[in-house]
Unconditional design. Structure first.
Ligand code: SF4
Ligand code: SF4
Length: 332
């Protein structure tokens, strides 16, 4: 029988042992319904999730809610929005209790004296021209001034088909301000012309992402297997989609048979009562979903299937390490 130890040499086994201890249990929280931008294709607004519930304003309710979440076993809070930095006291309700990651557009600087080691992921949608088109603003200029050199911050670069052939200049800009970058692909939720992926574009962008990892290994947090999974939508011959997605809210998950999934995962709306279907949007078509975290989690929850060949298991380890680095469970 194939076992982890029979497939790995000492070096890889050590790496495996470090991550196998982590037992990460995340959930996702909409901190607010508001944002200081309105990006074209934002899954939150395009699916009207900002109207699903009105936000809880009483901070004592947030404190009690976070305590309950911890009792449910959550050990990683992923804060999204809208724009979480509009509500620092709500962020603090999480941060003072458990490892917290804050997704932001970076226009507002999180005060580091209040949140010294909170992980911050800044969204980036392309170069200045593309950002102005998609987001109405060149956010990089502002966010990079706010966060340059910050050891607990990285860019979450959402790559669209318009970025093919151009991603290096963005990776280089991030490297030049002393930050890290993680890549994912745009899901064109609002159907903008030219922003839906064609098969040959996915082949091209995979090669480009691989090349960036080779050229900027200290800046890019990624793995080639992740690039393969996210561009092909296939893992070990199985297609990604609703039947396989691991990031579906636990209590709403009525799938039969139940796929491998994140333990106790819930995405909560900002009223602290309503739950959303999954880590992205209710109205998104799962067959075109390119969400990076959902694909990463898909690999992570399917460890057993990767205990097949040495290469498969190493691929699995690299994806797990990448996720753990992005949330600082292990160092960059
Ligand atoms: S910054 Fe984020 S939450 Fe705000 S509109 Fe853009 S994608 Fe949506
Ligand atoms: S939209 Fe994406 S993240 Fe949501 S259930 Fe479908 S595949 Fe999963």
């Amino acid at each position: 029988m194939k076992t982890v130890s029979s497939l790995l040499d000492e070096h890889w086994y050590e790496r495996y042992k470090k991550i196998s201890k982590l037992n990460i249990r995340s959930s996702i929280y909409d901190v607010t319904d508001r944002c200081n931008l309105r990006c074209k294709g934002c899954f939150f607004f395009s699916s009207d999730e900002h109207k699903a519930a009105s936000e809880e304003k009483d901070i004592t309710k947030w404190d009690a809610f976070v305590e309950n979440e911890m009792a449910r076993g959550v050990n990683l809070a992923i804060l999204i929005g809208g724009e979480p930095t509009l509500c620092l006291d709500r962020i603090e309700a999480f941060y003072k209790r458990l490892p917290t990651f804050c997704a932001t557009n970076g226009l507002i600087k999180v005060p580091r004296e209040r949140f010294p080691d909170m992980m911050v992921g800044i969204s980036l949608w392309g170069d200045a021209e593309d950002e102005v088109f998609l987001r109405g603003k060149d956010t990089f200029t502002i966010s990079s001034a706010n966060y340059a050199g910050d050891p607990y911050t990285y860019y979450l670069y959402t790559i669209s088909p318009k970025q093919i052939g151009k991603i290096e200049r963005n990776i280089k800009k991030v490297a030049d301000v002393g930050l890290k970058v993680h890549m994912q692909l745009l899901s064109n939720d609002e159907g903008f012309d030219g922003f839906s992926w064609q098969p040959e574009q996915l082949v091209a962008i995979r090669a480009e992402m691989d090349d960036m990892l080779d050229k900027y290994p200290k800046t890019v947090i990624s793995s080639k297997y992740y690039h393969e999974i996210i561009t092909t939508g296939q893992m070990l011959g199985r297609p990604f989609g609703w039947n396989e997605c691991p990031s579906v809210t636990d209590t709403l998950d009525k799938r039969e048979p139940r796929p491998k999934r994140l333990t106790n995962f819930i995405r909560w709306a900002s009223d602290l009562k309503t739950m959303h279907r999954c880590c992205t949007s209710e109205t998104r078509d799962c067959s075109t979903c390119k969400d990076g975290a959902a694909h990463m989690s898909w690999v992570m929850v399917n460890k057993r299937d990767h205990i097949r060949t040495t290469k498969d298991l190493q691929n699995w380890i690299e994806v797990y390490e990448m996720f753990a680095k992005l949330y600082q469970f292990i160092p960059w």
